[in-house]
Design a protein around this ligand. Structure first.
Ligand SMILES: *[C@@H]1O[C@H](CO)[C@@H](O)[C@H](O)[C@H]1NC(C)=O
Ligand SMILES: *[C@@H]1O[C@H](CO)[C@@H](O)[C@H](O)[C@H]1NC(C)=O
Ligand SMILES: *[C@@H]1O[C@H](CO)[C@@H](O)[C@H](O)[C@H]1NC(C)=O
Ligand SMILES: *[C@@H]1O[C@H](CO)[C@@H](O)[C@H](O)[C@H]1NC(C)=O
Ligand SMILES: *[C@@H]1O[C@H](CO)[C@@H](O)[C@H](O)[C@H]1NC(C)=O
Length: 182
């Protein structure tokens, strides 16, 4: 179908407003690692079943020392056999973002997690950092159906300290559900 080919060919991270019928985005795995346990201690990092098609993300960690200089390195790749380049590979200043909310892409992530996390303030970050029951995933972009890996490295003072990686499945919903019955 022409429409489908056009969509596949045309977009990777191209803005494509997903209207009322959201595509299915399901987190399938989460992995957290502290590279420096004298700075970041992970208490738990897991997915729970939320409903049949949904999981919710729970992360609880402690920053033992204040983090005043935080960069977030985001990489996303499509999981497939063989080599796939990163769909994006992007680093931004987290402290500046919290002051200015100035990156359109980071804003998407911020809008998703602001309600369910303890990150709603400016730097420094110290002590308990929690993402609890994150399950409402509404993203204003579309991706080809597939399995993805989102790698997030947290860089404090220029050195990676913490990784939070999430696998997810994205199922396109190109056709409104109301027209598919029957
Ligand atoms: C590990 O964390 C400690 C405590 O905050 C810090 O002083 C040290 O520089 C960090 N090490 C590295 C390699 O980042
Ligand atoms: C879950 O997925 C099934 C099959 O894909 C679908 O029929 C159902 O509407 C979905 N439920 C929710 C709550 O999205
Ligand atoms: C996070 O984990 C710590 C240590 O296990 C615990 O004391 C704290 O209550 C937890 N906080 C939340 C919000 O889950
Ligand atoms: C955030 O919380 C407010 C108030 O509880 C709610 O109206 C809004 O829909 C929530 N947004 C998200 C993205 O969960
Ligand atoms: C974030 O914090 C600001 C300032 O404290 C507050 O006005 C805003 O409502 C908060 N946003 C959310 C989503 O909690």
């Amino acid at each position: 179908m022409d429409h489908r080919i056009a969509v596949f060919g045309g977009l990777l991270l191209v803005a494509f407003l997903v209207c009322s019928e959201a595509p299915i985005v399901k987190m399938t795995n989460v992995f957290c690692e502290s590279y420096n346990k004298s700075w970041v201690v992970i208490h738990y990092c897991r997915l729970k079943a939320y409903s049949r098609n949904k999981t919710s993300l729970h992360i609880n960690s402690t920053f033992i020392e204040p983090a005043n200089n935080i960069f977030l390195h985001l990489k996303m790749m499509l999981k497939a056999s063989g080599y796939k380049p990163f769909l994006f590979d992007y680093t931004f200043d987290g402290c500046e973002f919290m002051r200015k909310r100035n990156h359109p892409f980071s804003k998407i992530i911020w809008n998703l997690i602001k309600n369910v996390s303890t990150v709603n303030h400016t730097c420094p970050y110290v002590g308990l950092q929690v993402v609890s029951d994150f399950h409402r995933i509404e993203i204003p972009i579309s991706l080809p159906t597939g399995e993805y890996l989102l790698l997030m490295d947290w860089i404090f003072d220029g050195k990676p300290q913490y990784a939070t990686n999430v696998d997810f499945t994205f199922v396109e919903d190109l056709f409104p559900k109301s027209s598919t019955h029957g």
